[in-house]
Write a protein that binds this ligand. Structure first.
Ligand code: F6P
Length: 331
């Protein structure tokens, strides 16, 4: 049984809707177990700079519905240098922190792992990223909201695409994962989805995209046509891809980059529940002695997964939906 009197929490990397709900669950659970909680600001930067505050229940009043993170977030290049993790561990010891909860993605978990070599306390990760690219959990906090946010935009683009009978390319985030693009593309009824998991796009040969477009035009005449494209799929992004397609098929293609809109907004119910469950589970598991694990959810059950393995391999996207989309996308 871990003897935890004081724990710290931080949010790191790309913020995700539901991070606040998770901070709230951590604080409320810890307080119920008589554990003090401090929050580091701006991710690992706040840890290295000793920028922190003691969290009390009133700090988490009315935050469950808010996007972003009250602790702020950031990326921290210093944690990738040899000195960063050493300094972070020394500060945690100096501040008498018995355990640290890191809410973030696999990059943040790499930083957490690096601290472990120099720290006497316990470390646990909670997966929070819109990308859903963390292995060991079915979904990450923020993913469900990001799908709906992207979908809201895709539906609106469909309206104007339909009115003008235009071809639109919509770029979605996801870093190197097609999770968000596949989910929002399927739910938005996109005619094509382009993401890393569908194989590398050959920038010199766009026939795999062009042939289905021509097919659709033959079959249906002039019509709206949406292509959801995961970021980093094509050099120069969707703007360049739309230009290349316009040249190749002689029909004007429009591009739309959804960008950081996908990270904002009020978390949907599923994210609030997941965030609450995983935040509470993380605290309870720390009390049971958990260390160097991530608190995730698999098949509806809260589960621990080795932190070191969370970024080991690319998390596979739903093979059923991949096969189906490829089948319908080629007509
Ligand atoms: O990891 C979350 C994410 O939003 C990715 O989807 C995206 O590639 C990246 O962060 C953008 O990072 P930044 O906000 O630093 O531009």
């Amino acid at each position: 049984m871990g003897n935890i009197k004081r724990l710290a929490v931080l949010t790191s990397g790309g913020d995700a809707p539901g991070m606040n709900a998770c901070i709230r669950a951590v604080l409320l659970t810890a307080n119920a177990c008589n554990i003090d909680v401090i929050g580091f600001k701006h991710g690992f930067n706040g840890l290295l700079e000793q920028e922190f505050q003691t969290l009390h229940p009133h700090h988490v009043d009315n935050i469950i519905q808010r996007g972003g993170t009250i602790l702020k977030s950031a990326r921290c290049p210093a944690m990738e240098q040899p000195d960063g993790p050493v300094k972070a561990a020394a500060i945690l010891d100096q501040l008498n922190i018995d355990a640290l909860i890191v809410i973030g993605g696999d990059g943040s978990f790499r930083g957490t792992m690096a601290i472990s070599k120099h720290y006497r306390g316990q470390l646990i990760g909670v997966p929070g990223t819109i990308d859903n690219d963390v292995d060991g959990t079915d979904t990450t906090i923020g993913f469900a909201t990001a799908i709906d946010t992207a979908l809201d935009a895709i539906d609106k683009i469909r309206d104007t695409a339909d009115a003008f009978e235009r071809i639109f390319l919509v770029e979605l985030m996801g870093r190197h994962s097609g999770y968000l693009s596949l989910a929002a593309g399927i739910a938005g009824g996109a005619e094509q989805i382009i993401c890393p998991e569908f194989g590398k796009l050959d920038a010199d040969n766009l026939n795999t995209i062009i042939t289905p477009i021509k097919h659709a035009q033959l079959l249906k005449g002039k019509t709206s046509y949406l292509i959801v494209v995961a970021e980093h799929s094509y050099p120069g992004g969707v703007t360049a891809l739309a230009e290349a397609l316009t040249m190749a098929i002689g029909i004007e293609c429009r591009a739309c980059i959804l960008g950081h809109i996908q990270r904002g907004g009020s978390p949907v119910g599923a994210d609030r529940i997941l965030a609450t469950k995983l935040g509470a589970f993380a605290v309870e598991q720390l009390l049971q002695g958990a260390n160097l694990v991530m608190a995730g959810e698999v098949d509806g059950e809260a589960r621990l997964y080795p932190l070191a393995k969370t970024g080991e391999r690319a998390k596979a996207i739903d093979p059923f939906l991949v096969r189906w989309q490829q089948q319908i996308g080629s007509f």
